[in-house]
Design a protein around this ligand. Structure first.
Ligand code: SF4
Length: 213
């Protein structure tokens, strides 16, 4: 793996090349409150943002507070979120999270990583999404795309998301963290796909040790 200086230079080049290419919208998820964003983020695991938005359009009319998610039988919640996939696990996570919000934070979504991580069903990825989009607090979001691109670009050699988060955090100033994660996510979806990455169409070609051209 390149040394820290080389990785910093590479991360900066990657940022500068991708930045003009992708939307500056902080999240494609539709939400009105940090609570809605938190629920949407939980629902977005293994599901497109578009599909989550379709489901939450009606979901958030029915469920307006953490208590609402606890006041129906779990089977009803499962049916309401079924189109997002993995609905049993997601219903469990949402109810655990809702209960945690009521027990620990008077039903309000807290604005620190430490407090968010105390909520059942909330990991660092979800917490960073919520902190970045709802509270403008910088964080590196490590999802499957960020992980794949960070490894292909040799910005990390770790596979564990928490370690990748720490590695990427070393490479760029805090104010660039969130945007950098978003750029890797967009580029992973559009060009550097899990299967058949389109090296020929990739602006990162000359900086990428994994290009096979
Ligand atoms: S050159 Fe290929 S492997 Fe490297 S970032 Fe671009 S698409 Fe991905």
């Amino acid at each position: 793996m390149p040394d820290l200086n080389q990785r910093k230079k590479r991360a900066t080049a990657v940022f500068d090349l991708l930045d003009p290419l992708y939307t500056r919208q902080k999240t494609a998820l539709t939400y009105k409150t940090p609570f809605e964003l938190l629920i949407s983020t939980i629902l977005s695991a293994q599901c497109t943002d578009k599909q989550v938005n379709t489901v939450t359009r009606t979901l958030f009319q029915k469920y307006r507070s953490p208590g609402d998610f606890l006041s129906v039988p779990v089977s009803e919640l499962e049916a309401d979120i079924r189109p997002t996939g993995f609905f049993r696990n997601k219903a469990k996570s949402i109810r655990g999270c809702a209960q945690g919000l009521m027990d620990l934070y008077q039903g309000q979504v807290p604005a620190t990583m430490g407090e968010l991580l105390k909520l059942p069903g909330v990991g660092r990825k979800t917490a960073n999404c919520v902190l970045g989009a709802a509270f403008d607090i910088p964080g590196v979001v490590v999802d499957t795309h960020v992980k794949r691109l960070a490894l292909r670009l040799e910005l990390t050699e770790n596979k564990d998301p928490d370690k990748i988060e720490a590695d990427l955090g070393e490479l760029l100033p805090k104010k660039r963290w969130r945007r950098f994660s978003d750029l890797l996510i967009y580029h992973g979806r559009a060009v550097c796909k899990a299967r058949n990455p389109d090296h020929g169409a990739c602006v990162l070609l000359e900086h990428c040790p994994s290009n096979t051209i």
